[in-house]
Design a protein around this ligand. Sequence first.
Ligand code: DAH
Length: 347
Amino acid sequence: MKERISELNKEVEEFNIHNEESLEQFRITYLSKKGLISMLFEGFRNVPPEAKRDTGLLLNNLKQSATNKYNEHKERLAMIEVAGPSVDLTMPAYPFAEGTRHPISIVRNEIIGIFSRIGFTVSVGPEIEDDNHVFTMLNFASDHPARDMQDTFFIEKKSGIESDPHDVLLRTHTSSVQVRVMENQQPPIRTISPGRVFRNEAVSARAHCIFHQIEGLYVAENVSFADLKQTLLYFATELFGKDVNIRLRPSFFPFTEPSAEMDISCNICGGKGCNVCKGTGWLELLGCGMVDPNVLDACGIDSEKYTGYAFGMGIERATMLKYGVNDLRLYFENDIRFLKHFRTEIL
Ligand code: DAH
């Protein structure tokens, strides 16, 4: 009996199962009721008692390995049936084309990271705004020429009068989020507000009707212009590298007094003067200043007690300076050949 078992073991092992028919043949030959293994089990009755234990073990093992082989091949053949015979499931998979972050998202996330590390929160506001939050509360007088600085997309003009605070429009800058934050929160406030803004401009390499900004706002007791300057220097060196220099030029915005524009030293020529910086060695990056007391008061913050600084920048502008891409339109076309140049670890 033992010999027969080991013969069958060999047979089972060598049996070639390559399709449904041979699988069935295997089952009938070895595993069916009248199969060779069942026959051995019948013969087992006549094995002398002293040999039963050993022989029984071998017989059970034989049955187990035949059953395993049957099941494995059955599963394999079923998979081939699903996938189709031409598919080799053992082939390595096709390489997976991973997407990349949009450069604007990369730079936005990087800027958020830089300010988060020094305690700024992130706040957002609506893209569809009213005149009040975009202009009036930010100290734009109704006949102020600064209102003409920004060509606005109006959604609903509420009355015939020019600059009605109830007019509904697409925000032209993220400074409107400053107002919303200050209306709802008392100092200390330390926040940045990223978002889309809209201006009625003809699309060209240097202008677009939709773009992105990040606004910054810090309001507390004893906030000074020196705090603003130091924060901006920290920011510029984090974003552009430790060798970058900044300079502040006096400027004007209705909502800050004093106001300034910040330039960074040209990262192409290192400040010596080249085509990109038009020989000046400097590139303009953002607007900033001390929050005008009128703005604080309009938002219900005591301007006798608190002072603050604010700044605002275009993310496209920062991205252009960082990557040296000088046509704004590329950021909106979603041409995959352009986008796949940008890779980042930051999600
Ligand atoms: N809102 C300005 C713009 O769109 C940018 C700006 C300038 C924001 C100065 C500020 C600021 O907060 O203080 O051009």
